[in-house]
Design a binder for this molecule. Structure first.
Ligand SMILES: [Mg+2]
Length: 390
């Protein structure tokens, strides 16, 4: 084996995919999939790996912290700082990769995640192993998909929920956080339409202005069988107030980016569930470490995200495969391409993708791809076709 395996080339591409429909949540003001960053890492042994970031400028943590990245900040950070910081690093040493990136610039977890995933993909391909093997091995083969109902009119939401249950979906995630009466009504109407078997969970994206408003909404929704409520309010203290007054578990998403966040959430009793994906902590390796901390506090986790494209979905599927703490259905998009349609609507965010073969979808679950690497092949024609000017 070589003494060191270093980066030879790090490239970025700005990609815009055609969306299936407009997807909205509280606070989002730019369309999903319009300007996602794809990274390509080439190592000195010729191995190539791919990564992806979904920078959304209004997406971030509590109190407007962490982080608000944009496609252009991501690309700038990668080329001006991260690539230079990694020149002499043996990229097989994942801890060293993160130390080098964090030393050169603070923050920008999405940029770091896009680089780290491309590196891990390339290293895994160089070793002839699937990515999950480098994260501790395969603990599961499939992940249940939660279909996300964005902010939309109630009759449209009901129709879409019925359609996706028919396509095998067993968990519906409803975006709320708008106004109590409207939010209770959408949960009630969807429950009426789909019956009692599918699970329903809700996500307010910090939308309630006070924790009291959140408590009122969640208590009323409990009547319609919600499994849990995600990020009702902004801030760990307010989350703890909600959590202490509701019977259903509370999930932290915007509040949970780092291992230290998880510790603070646990100490405050702010949530029992955590939403985890490879981008918020700054990469797969950091996400795996964060999940270990969550597990130590007995927290259950899901894979969530920001309407990933195929590369990002592959990264999250490998993370879920290796993490016993991921016990809940995830809002992992179901990738389809123009040629291969896995679902018509269920979990589907885009009409096409830049990976050649989408992941298999069986009985409401996505099947974890094998290797080597992320187990995907990027379609270079589509990479050009959906490329937009940086
Ligand atoms: Mg969320």
């Amino acid at each position: 084996m070589a003494d060191a395996l270093r980066l030879e080339k790090l490239e970025t591409f700005l990609i815009a995919l055609p969306a299936r429909r407009v997807h909205r949540w509280v606070g989002l003001d730019s369309p999903i999939g319009a300007g996602y960053v794809v990274t390509r890492a080439q190592l000195i042994d010729g191995s190539v790996g791919w990564g992806e970031a979904q920078p959304i400028k209004t997406w971030g943590g509590d109190d407007a912290g962490r982080y608000g990245e944009t496609p252009k900040t991501t690309i700038t950070v990668i080329h001006e700082y991260l690539a230079a910081a990694l020149i002499d690093v043996d990229v097989r040493q994942f801890e060293a990769v993160h130390v080098a990136m964090n030393r050169t610039i603070r923050g920008y977890p999405y940029a770091k995640a896009a680089v780290e995933v491309a590196i891990i993909d390339a290293v895994a391909r160089s070793m002839g192993l699937p990515v999950y093997q480098l994260l501790g091995g395969r603990f599961r083969d499939k992940v249940a998909v939660a279909h996300s109902i964005g902010l939309m009119e109630i009759d449209e939401a009901v129709a879409e929920s019925v359609q996706v249950v028919a396509e095998g979906i067993t968990t519906i995630k409803i975006k709320i956080g708008v106004e109590v009466e409207r939010d209770v009504a959408i949960v009630r109407e969807i429950r009426r339409a789909i019956g009692n078997a599918p699970k329903i969970r809700v996500d307010a994206n910090q939308g309630y202005k006070t924790w009291r408003e959140a408590v009122t909404a969640i208590r009323r929704m409990t009547e319609f069988g919600i499994s849990y409520a995600e990020q009702p309010v902004d801030g760990i203290r307010a989350m703890a107030e909600v959590s202490s007054r509701c019977d259903v578990p509370i999930m932290a998403d915007e509040s949970a980016w780092t291992e230290r966040d998880v510790t603070a959430i646990a100490a405050a009793g702010a949530a029992q569930y955590l939403s985890v994906y490879y981008t918020k902590p700054g990469g797969l390796w950091k996400a795996k470490r964060l999940l270990t901390v969550a597990g130590a506090f007995g927290m259950q986790c899901d894979i969530n995200g920001s309407a990933e494209m195929g590369i990002g979905n592959a990264a999250n599927l490998h993370l879920a495969a290796a993490a016993p703490e991921i016990t809940l259905a995830g809002t992992i998009p179901v990738t389809s391409t123009a040629e291969i349609e896995r679902t018509r609507i269920a979990g589907r965010k885009y009409m096409d993708d830049i990976i050649k073969t989408p992941f298999e979808y069986v009985d409401g679950c996505l099947i974890v791809p094998g290797g080597p690497g992320l187990g995907i092949e990027v379609d270079e024609d589509k990479l050009r076709r959906y490329g937009v000017t940086k």
